[in-house]
Write a protein that binds this ligand. Structure first.
Ligand SMILES: C[C@H](O)[C@H](O)[C@H]1CNC2=NC(N)=NC(=O)C2=N1
Length: 97
C-alpha cells in the first residue's frame, strides 16, 4: 500500500491543487472547461486512467465545471497515487483547454 504523506509535501508536487476544506487528508482542484462535452471528455479520460491505476477520484460535475477531490482511502490520507492521478488529470485538462 502507498504510504500516507503530509499534505504540505504533496502540494509541492502538484500545480494548482490545495488542501480540501477542513480536511488535511485530501487535495482538491476545480477544473473549468468550455462546455459540458469537454468536461465530460476530461472525466472520461480521467476515468480510464483511474481504472488502469485502480485509484479513483471523487468529483462533482455541473455543466462545464468539475470539482475533483483526491485521497487514498486505503491509507487514510494523501499518497503518491494521488500525486500521480493529479498530474495525469492536469495533463488531460491541458490537452482539452
Ligand atoms: C480494492 C481496490 O484496490 C481499492 O478499493 C482501491 C480502489 N480505488 C481507490 N481509490 C482511491 N481514491 N483510494 C483507494 O484507496 C482506492 N482503493
Amino acid at each position: 500500500m502507498a504510504d500516507k504523506m503530509k499534505v504540505e509535501d504533496v502540494l509541492t508536487k502538484v500545480k494548482g491543487w490545495k488542501a480540501a476544506d477542513g480536511d488535511t487528508d485530501a487535495i482538491t482542484k476545480t477544473f473549468k472547461f468550455e462546455d459540458f462535452a469537454t468536461a465530460f471528455g476530461f472525466m472520461s479520460a480521467s476515468a480510464t486512467q483511474a481504472e488502469k491505476a485502480d485509484h479513483h477520484p471523487e468529483w462533482f460535475n455541473v455543466y462545464n465545471t468539475v470539482e475533483v477531490t483526491l485521497t487514498t482511502h486505503d491509507a487514510g490520507g494523501v499518497t503518491q497515487k494521488d500525486i500521480d492521478l493529479a498530474n495525469k488529470m492536469d495533463g488531460f485538462a491541458a490537452k482539452l483547454a
